[in-house]
Ligand binder design. Sequence first.
Ligand SMILES: Cc1cc2nc3c(=O)[nH]c(=O)nc-3n(C[C@H](O)[C@H](O)[C@H](O)COP(=O)(O)OP(=O)(O)OC[C@H]3O[C@@H](n4cnc5c(N)ncnc54)[C@H](O)[C@@H]3O)c2cc1C
Length: 499
Amino acid sequence: MEVKCNLPDKWDFEADVVVVGYGGAGSVAAITAHDAGAKVLILEKAPLGQEGGNTRVAGQGWLNPFPIEQAITYFNAMCGEYTVPQDMVQAWAEEMNKNNAFIESLGAVIMETVYKNRHPAEFPELPGADCIHDYHIRTDDGSNGYSRLWETLKGAVNKRGIKVLCATPVKELIQNPATKEIFGVKAEHSGRKINIKANRAVVLTCGGFENNQEMVRDFCTNLPYCYPLGTPYNTGDGIKMAMAAGADLWHMSCIAGPVYCSLKVPEFPAILEIPALEPQARAVFPGGVIVVGADARRFADEKYRVTHGKSLINGRWAQTPTPCPLHMIFDQTIFNVGLYDSHRYHGWNPLLNVYTWSKDNSAELAKGWIKKANSIAELAQIIKLDPKVLQETVYRWNMNSAAGHDPDFGRTRMVAPIEGPPFYAMEVTPHFVNTQGGPRRNAKSQILQVNGEPLPRLYGAGELGSIHSYLYNSGGNIGECLAFGRISGRNAAAEKGWS
Ligand SMILES: Cc1cc2nc3c(=O)[nH]c(=O)nc-3n(C[C@H](O)[C@H](O)[C@H](O)COP(=O)(O)OP(=O)(O)OC[C@H]3O[C@@H](n4cnc5c(N)ncnc54)[C@H](O)[C@@H]3O)c2cc1C
């Protein structure tokens, strides 16, 4: 084979299969390739102790849908007009169906997640919804536990002695420009540029673009900004690398979000959730609260039915509106009980932000995160909204909520007037759990060029180019990491070595 172009003089590391990104998809790809006989090396951007990506801090649930035919029907219904090739959907359904067996093969005991008072599917009205079965690692209290699935995957990687290089961001794919074949990657390690040879294949599993605000603006057009609940290291690197190698993209505007129950402050990479604004199915607090947009008017049911950021608007699931800047306007009762609750503090926060909210909110008032005023007009001036409009908005909300209804947006939870003085405001921001877009891939998990041909020796899995195109059912992302992690690991290990 003619292998001459662009190869470095020296390789610093070498493996059969090089996996880029040590989260759920990366660990599963690595385990599978290793078990198929390949020598595997994982390269991870985060420093040791911060690896694991979104997978580590996720809710830890995964889908294992069945029967397969119903799963195909439900998945296609979730895609709607945003169709996905049927061989890909078939591969998804068949492999997702083996997720439980895979996790059990790693020695874990699993249990099905029980949903009280609701159907396990996020869209029970869609055909095939009864296929939805969500699982997690067994815990004594039946909860999903923090990081339990991640610990299982990490344990399996360690047990196999698979080498992981942390603090090693991959920067570029090494490619033969004529054949498009991928031979390895360029990365940085300990301040040094290094070359890593992938004798059989590279698997990109380095997550989405949650932390890349420029990409958020480019691809998610009605979001001027949106911040993650998960790892700060997913900055779209894999998407740029794959594009540079000639990959096609898909599902770039599809995100698991936004919702606007969060506070983002510059000191912390991940957002801080505000319990009073948790969506409909969750917390209910006494006291008055609304959210207004740039025009000082309400724009939605603040306690809307959440489906990972999509709301039912005029009979169609659409991205929840976020006319930024968004301000939460609330009264003393909400101030006292609805701003912070350590039990609801999840995502990346307990791992890295480690912010301890003061018991009486005094620290947050002093920092200016919360604004306080003796009248709505004064509050409006502080947060730079039109005082007259904000007064009208609060007056209308108070009149309607005192009568127990919300004719404007049909809110049925926490329908209570904003009483005061004092009155409070906090700027809240849209947040997402993850993006879905990235390099287009096929049923073998090969990354595809714009002409539909695979980029030789390049695979992808996980939220980097996820199969989800429109609606998303919880457990779907980790389920996909497990399924396409295995498919990519299997096929990468089966490639013939090029040297
Ligand atoms: C709070 C939260 C709760 C969630 N709950 C669930 C749930 O219960 N069920 C579900 O299905 N989904 C859930 N999700 C979504 C799901 O967690 C993710 O979509 C999934 O874990 C992504 O896995 P991944 O392996 O593709 O990426 P990640 O797990 O994010 O891993 C990507 C890794 O790549 C690394 N990386 C990035 N760039 C580079 C680079 N240049 N070089 C090397 N490494 C790089 C990152 O540091 C990271 O470690 C949740 C997400 C969040 C944030």
